[in-house]
Design a protein around this ligand. Sequence first.
Ligand code: SF4
Length: 197
Amino acid sequence: MSSKLEIVRQNVIDCNKCDLCKTRTNSVPGKGNSKSDVMFVGEAPGRNEDLRGEPFIGVAGRRLSEALEGIGISREDVYITNAVKCRPPNNRAPSKLEKETCQEYIQKEIEIIKPKIICILGNTAFGSILGGSEITKFRGKLGIKNNQLYFITIHPAATIYNQKLIEVFKKDIKKLFDLITELKNGKNVPIDIEFSS
Ligand code: SF4
């Protein structure tokens, strides 16, 4: 991990800027390769993440790892984080104030890592980061906002309750890395949606 990212990580661990610090067990800083071309972003940590202080563990995290491994990529190759770094009680959605207060951390992660594509995991993150909704209509698509590319897919936890979505999720992850390869080869990639700032 780069030293700049290590500072962000420590600041997240020590943070008490919003009320979620009162109910969390651990803050959950992002984790992974600071030179990754892709940054995966979920909405907020769940119970397992809160207990361990690590993003995307438990069954949902395993589904993400499996989808990556299916195309020869290890979790350590990519960077995984959440828009909000502490678990909201009973997994409720984070409030507007909590999201705004926590925003500085993800902005710093993006500035340091400079991902070619940010992959949004799930409808709640889609709403809070891009202002979108109805992820089933938008999943598998590439969008742009403020000159940053975003790829939209379902939350891996959705595959736990609907087994048919496992293949959908794997297909999206493959498409994401195909797009990364094209970008690295200097090709233009087709942008499906422009999000307003
Ligand atoms: S959610 Fe974000 S802003 Fe709130 S205490 Fe945790 S790290 Fe700090």
